[in-house]
Design a protein around this ligand. Structure first.
Ligand code: NDP
Length: 284
């Protein structure tokens, strides 16, 4: 049903279910609905507070654990060597599983050096806590630094990405290292769905605006998207994007929607996205 992106030894289903802000019974119901609809990739995080429900939904679904690509993340205040591995172990306890398929640094720490963060991540993989490891919210200059310190392959960088936000510079850096880009907030948190260009292309294909945006993501090389919905019908709709294709001209029109102010998530603890500055960052 979904296509698989191959990156540094990992095979990652191109559409996954995002679970941020899904909690309790809603999280349980949505993950079950996703697995029923054919999803084989679920994205959670220690910070989302729903790992117990995600694990429970996987067990209830009847889908073999090995057939599901499960990602979790370590929050930015747990990235010192030792703390990172402990956070991963606690996630596994909540998920009640032996290992995750992908363990990510959720946001780079500004107080722990990139070298130490990456050493902890690689150690977690060596200890079998995760099949694969990767990054989230790392701009190109920090990806370059992380790759330099990693003695295990990094398979993805999960970042905000949608037609209003150009990520071509980062994409170039990731491609150079064989890494995939996982698009979070792939629908711009839902705010792109009424865009006239997207609505027009959707009408031409007899698809929904969400499907057109998700098709735009998965039609790009080495790109994965993790839309979130709390509605089983929309969850199913979001993975039903493999029976049509956008033309080059349509892809170009969607790329043309990028705006300088397209970024929607820029918390104070986040990195400098403007490029290159490592000021204020620990280096040892
Ligand atoms: P999305 O871009 O996925 O948009 C979610 C919104 O779109 C919701 O309001 C949802 O409403 C709506 N929606 C979803 N599908 C449809 C549809 N087919 N038709 C109409 N509306 C739709 O935003 P998120 O910010 O949630 O990002 C997705 C995931 O990315 C997160 O859940 C999380 O897993 C990950 N993420 C990771 C971050 C990181 O730091 N690594 C940061 C942010 C997100 P409804 O529920 O009513 O369907």
């Amino acid at each position: 049903m979904t296509s698989i992106v191959s990156a540094n030894g990992a095979g990652i289903p191109a559409i996954g279910l995002g679970t941020w802000q899904l909690s309790g019974d809603t999280a349980l119901r949505c993950v079950e609905a996703a697995l029923k609809a054919g999803y084989r990739h679920i994205d959670t995080a220690a910070m989302y507070g729903n790992e117990r429900e995600v694990g429970e939904a996987i067990r209830r679904s009847g889908v073999q654990r090995d057939d599901i690509f499960l990602t979790t993340k370590v929050w930015y205040d747990q990235l010192a060597f030792g703390a990172l591995q402990r956070s991963a172990e606690e996630s596994l306890k909540r998920l009640k599983c032996e290992r995750v398929d992908l363990l990510l640094i959720h946001w780079p720490s500004k107080t722990v050096s990139i070298e130490e963060q990456v050493r902890g991540l690689c150690e977690a993989r060596r200890r079998g806590l995760a099949r694969h490891i990767g990054l989230a919210n790392f701009p190109a200059y920090l990806v370059e630094e992380a790759v330099r310190f990693a003695d295990q392959p990094l398979v993805s960088d999960q970042v905000e990405h949608h037609p209003y936000l150009d990520q071509s510079e980062l994409k170039g850096e990731l491609t150079a290292h064989g890494m995939s880009l996982t698009s979070y907030s792939p629908l711009g948190k839902g705010s792109l769905l009424a865009d006239p260009t997207i609505v027009e292309i959707a009408r031409e294909h007899g698809k929904s605006p969400a499907q057109v945006i998700l098709r735009w993501h998965v039609q790009q090389p080495m790109t994965i998207a993790i839309p979130r919905s709390s509605n089983p019908r929309r969850i199913a709709e979001n993975i039903d994007v493999f029976d049509f294709a956008l033309s080059e001209e349509e892809m170009g029109r969607l790329f043309g929607l990028a705006r300088p102010d397209g970024r929607m998530l820029d918390p104070s603890f986040g990195p400098d996205w403007s490029g290159g500055s490592q000021k204020g960052r620990a280096t040892a």
